[in-house]
Design a protein around this ligand. Structure first.
Ligand code: ADP
Ligand code: RBF
Ligand code: MG
Length: 423
């Protein structure tokens, strides 16, 4: 019933009448939906709704799964056997393509003497061995749980063959059951950028294409979604590519930045005091020299870690501003706020990690072992019109982190032995 009220609100906002919300819901669900309704109404006053949708169609590789890492590992090993060196930049030509298209690009670019189908049959077992190691991208589990928990119909539409999709998602608990429809590239005549796969997904969901929201990391996927007449949120999996996604209705940096209420869908309720709790992760090593501008240019020293040793770990985590705890074994444990990424204001070529320890030290501590536990997310990295506005924003981040870290859910991590470990 209340789901009905939610729909009515959509209609009265006179954007589009979504006639596909599921009607049955429990009392508890109704209360939840009342809150949703409030947020949607409030948002419609402060931020205009983009467009109302009633279902979400998700891409898999690069959108929900960190497949790029596995692809790179496999191709590095394979090409190494033939005396060729895998160049990470090739990933650009592969993202979002069908296996056949991707293999054709590799054969051409590396001047391989085998045929595309020979390459595919050699790579196939190598990839299959790795499916179990593909991690969910940050925010993927949260999104799937949130949408299915609110009974928003979700579909999975991927260019990879249906069988591979099934295997890949089987390693992620609760995923298979959450998708009302799963459709692979081998189930349609042409894969993305053709709209066919999305149109077929909508048909199987029994929902009008114009009421579907597609979430995609690749250009072929975004092109396909728009050609299908759908709303499209792009989450580019490759860095510094946002400008290429002009046809998308919105470009976000990671799934952590998705705001479903912009599309008339139930909002996330897990933000606390301007922070989003994340599954904690750790990184550590000796403090090295950074760009030499933290203290000098910004008045904000950031203790840099070698990125060489952690490129795989850093590639798993979307760029952005995070916070947590920092341990220097001989000095203690301190609150910490940091950025991960390319520092758009300075347009770095390397993804770095820039932790600012929220404490006044009398001296530098280069060479000392620094251990970090990252527990929450604040915002995506941004560019700024002036150095002053960048500095002001970083001080805002500091304040948010400082306050949030006193919450039990974040403060409990400060006793983790990893922070005091000197090895
Ligand atoms: P770099 O470019 O070498 O990282 P910065 O100007 O960013 O230089 O300064 C970072 C260095 O300053 C750290 O490596 C550390 O030795 C020292 N430092 C002093 N106070 C802090 C702090 N509060 N947070 C981080 N680093 C600090
Ligand atoms: N750099 C940016 O270009 N954009 C940002 O949004 C940004 N946010 C930051 C937030 C925090 C909390 C910190 C510590 C740094 C941030 N930086 C950002 C990085 C800053 O530019 C960097 O520390 C200096 O370039 C020093 O190398
Ligand atoms: Mg620094």
């Amino acid at each position: 019933m209340l789901r009905f009220a939610f729909c009515q609100a959509h209609t009265s906002l006179s954007l589009q009448s979504p006639d596909h919300f599921q009607s049955e819901c429990s009392i508890d669900q109704s209360i939840v939906n009342l809150c949703d309704l409030y947020v949607v109404l409030k948002m419609s006053i402060t931020k205009p709704l983009k467009k109302l949708v009633s279902c979400v169609i998700l891409d898999l590789d690069g959108t929900l799964l960190h497949t790029d890492g596995i692809v790179s590992d496999v191709l590095r090993v394979y090409l190494g056997k033939y005396g060729k060196k895998w160049d990470g930049r090739e990933v650009q030509k592969i993202v979002g393509k069908t296996p056949l298209e991707a293999a054709t690009a590799v054969v051409e670019d590396y001047g391989l003497s085998c045929t595309t189908s020979e390459l595919l049959s050699e790579l196939d077992p190598m990839f299959s061995n790795q499916w179990c190691n593909i991690k969910a991208l940050p925010g993927a589990n949260r999104l799937i749980k949130h949408l299915s928990g609110h009974r928003v119909p979700i579909a999975l539409a991927s260019n990879s063959p249906r069988e591979n999709i099934e295997t890949k998602i089987s390693f992620h608990q609760g995923w298979k059951e959450s998708f009302l429809v799963i459709i692979g590239g081998d189930e349609v005549r042409s894969g993305k950028p053709s709209p066919e796969i999305f149109l077929e997904a909508a048909k199987r969901l029994n929902i009008e294409p114009s009421s579907c929201l597609v979430i995609e990391d690749s250009l072929p996927g975004v092109t396909a979604g728009k050609a299908a007449g759908m709303e499209v949120v792009a989450v580019p999996s490759l860095p510094k590519q946002s400008h290429l996604f002009t046809s998308a209705d919105e470009v976000i940096n990671s799934l952590l930045d998705l705001h479903p209420e912009k599309w008339g869908l139930p909002p996330f309720k897990d933000w606390i005091k301007d922070t989003l709790p994340i599954e904690s992760w750790q990184i550590g090593g000796p403090v090295i020299k950074g760009f030499g501008r933290g203290s000098k240019v910004l008045g904000i020293p950031t203790a840099n870690l070698s990125t060489e040793r952690y490129s795989a770990l850093l590639s798993e985590h979307p760029s952005g501003v995070y916070f947590g705890w920092a341990g220097l074994p001989t000095r203690g444990v301190f609150k910490m706020v940091m950025s991960i990424g390319w520092n758009p204001y300075f347009n770095n070529t390397e993804k770095t990690i820039e932790p600012w320890l929220l404490h006044d030290f009398d001296e530098d501590f280069y060479g000392e072992e620094l251990h970090l536990i990252i527990v929450g997310y604040i915002r995506p990295e941004a560019n700024f019109p002036s150095l002053e506005s960048l500095i002001e924003k970083i001080h805002e981040d500091r304040k948010i982190a400082e306050e949030a870290l006193d919450l039990p859910m974040y403060s409990k991590f400060k006793d983790d032995p990893y922070l005091k470990d000197s090895t």
